[in-house]
Design a binder for this molecule. Structure first.
Ligand SMILES: Cc1cc2nc3c(=O)[nH]c(=O)nc-3n(C[C@H](O)[C@H](O)[C@H](O)COP(=O)(O)OP(=O)(O)OC[C@H]3O[C@@H](n4cnc5c(N)ncnc54)[C@H](O)[C@@H]3O)c2cc1C
Length: 394
């Protein structure tokens, strides 16, 4: 291949499709805004940063689902709205920008439902998908372990065959929501092979089953959102194997594409910028403050166009893995930069003990969440590895 041809091939790889909003997207957006305004008036939408991680509210999830805004990527046959990824995108970006409490249904809506739809049996689809779309069935992700975060293929949790199913032993780490959710999709080693990517299987594990012990891992804020989940002789029936036995690696890799591509990778800290702008609107501002806000908004607009491009590609049936990794790398770094820059130009210092929802408290809360932005869902170093591998293969 000539150098020009290679440049062209690399250019294709990092080109983002034009974001296309379907007919009706703006009407949908204003319906969501009206819903959020009602919820805000009732005190349920508090404008919190990182609300897809911290805002766990079963009632809110059910009310949202009643409007048809959970399970939008699931077909109507299984209780979803069949509206597709772009309509879902419009809904979730409004919810995240408003800091709505979406974390109860987040994983079920974003990936567990889609994964069960792709790999599950008919019985599993009927058992789980309508309940997910109704905002009544919540899932955790059981991938990471102490030595298997970035190196997921080194998973140690064992699954051994029994007469009627499987026996699971091991410990999953960083399992978001396991103390309040219903099920976890657990990746476990079901047979040994020289190739570590072989012999992994996904299981739908009932988080209240005997032998499941959930131990809190606290965030810097003291919040209990994460857990170590200890599995001791947990029995999982055959009908709770998700997909093909031994095919867990391929299934999990597909799931990660959903996990990495959404607007939650650059909107987690937007409520803090909104709060700063409100604050600055009532005082006289310096040129420096204005230019910091302007640059952050410009980056936000570019990221949104790129992320919407990824969603358009997904809607068209493509697999924009590299573009998704680029958005996640740039987006999660933006989330941290936003907090740092807002902190520098803010007339008020971060203060964890200040009035809840006030600028000082929001800023402190988001600042203490910062270490997670570039780690969760795959670290930035790993994402850059994904991008580099594809680019150098051209
Ligand atoms: C807020 C938060 C929420 C999470 N939620 C969940 C969840 O719900 N379920 C779940 O299963 N997991 C969850 N995780 C786990 C997350 O996916 C892992 O933390 C992440 O994949 C990194 O793994 P690790 O922590 O084991 O770090 P390690 O893999 O040990 O990495 C440590 C450092 O080394 C770097 N590194 C590792 N390998 C390489 C390499 N080959 N090249 C270059 N650098 C490398 C990493 O980038 C990182 O900086 C969550 C994590 C966080 C922080």
């Amino acid at each position: 291949m000539t150098a020009d041809a290679r440049d062209c091939a690399v250019g294709q790889l990092v080109r983002f499709p034009d974001p296309q909003l379907p007919d009706g997207a703006e009407e949908l957006r204003s319906e969501v805004r009206d819903f959020i305004a009602e919820e805000r008036a009732n005190g349920t939408v508090m404008g919190r940063p990182d609300s897809w991680l911290s805002g766990w509210d079963r009632g809110f999830s059910e009310r949202l689902a009643a409007r048809g805004w959970v399970g939008m990527a699931l077909p109507t046959e299984f209780g979803g709205s069949g509206a597709g990824p772009i309509a879902r995108y419009v809904v979730i970006e409004e919810l995240l920008a408003a800091g709505a409490p979406v974390s109860a249904h987040w994983v079920s809506d974003r990936q567990a439902g889609v994964s069960i739809l792709s790999h599950g049996t008919e019985e599993q689809k009927r058992a789980f998908l309508p309940a997910i779309a109704a905002g009544r069935c919540f899932f955790s992700i059981g991938m990471s372990e102490r030595e298997s975060g970035s190196d997921l293929a080194s998973v140690q949790t064992r699954a051994e065959r029994t007469d009627s199913g499987w026996r699971l032993n091991g410990t999953k780490m960083w399992t978001g929501g396991a103390h309040v959710n219903d099920f976890a999709i657990v990746l476990a080693r079901s047979s040994d092979h020289d190739d570590r990517h072989e012999g992994l299987t996904q299981f739908i594990v009932d988080l209240r089953a005997p032998g499941v012990r959930v131990e809190p891992i606290r965030l810097l804020t003291g919040e209990h959102r994460f857990n170590a989940v200890h599995l001791t002789d947990v029995l999982v029936p055959d009908n709770r194997v998700l997909g093909i036995e031994g095919d867990g690696w391929r299934q999990v890799t597909g799931e990660l594409a959903f996990e990495r591509s959404g607007p939650e990778r650059f909107l987690s800290t937007l409520p803090v910028l909104t709060s700063l702008v409100r604050l600055l609107a009532s005082v006289s501002t310096s040129q420096h403050q204005q230019s910091v806000v302007g640059r952050l908004v410009a980056r936000l607009i570019s990221l949104r166009a790129m992320s919407l491009g990824v969603a358009s590609a997904l809607q068209a049936g493509a697999s924009p893995d590299v573009q998704a990794a680029i958005v996640k790398d740039l987006g999660t770094r933006f989330e941290g930069d936003l907090i740092e820059q807002v902190r520098v130009v803010s007339p008020i210092a971060p203060n964890r003990s200040a009035t809840i929802g006030g600028h000082a408290e929001l800023l402190a809360f988001a600042l203490l969440h910062t270490p997670g932005y570039t780690l969760r869902g795959g670290t930035n170093e790993i994402l850059r590895g994904v991008i580099t591998k594809e680019v150098t293969a051209r």
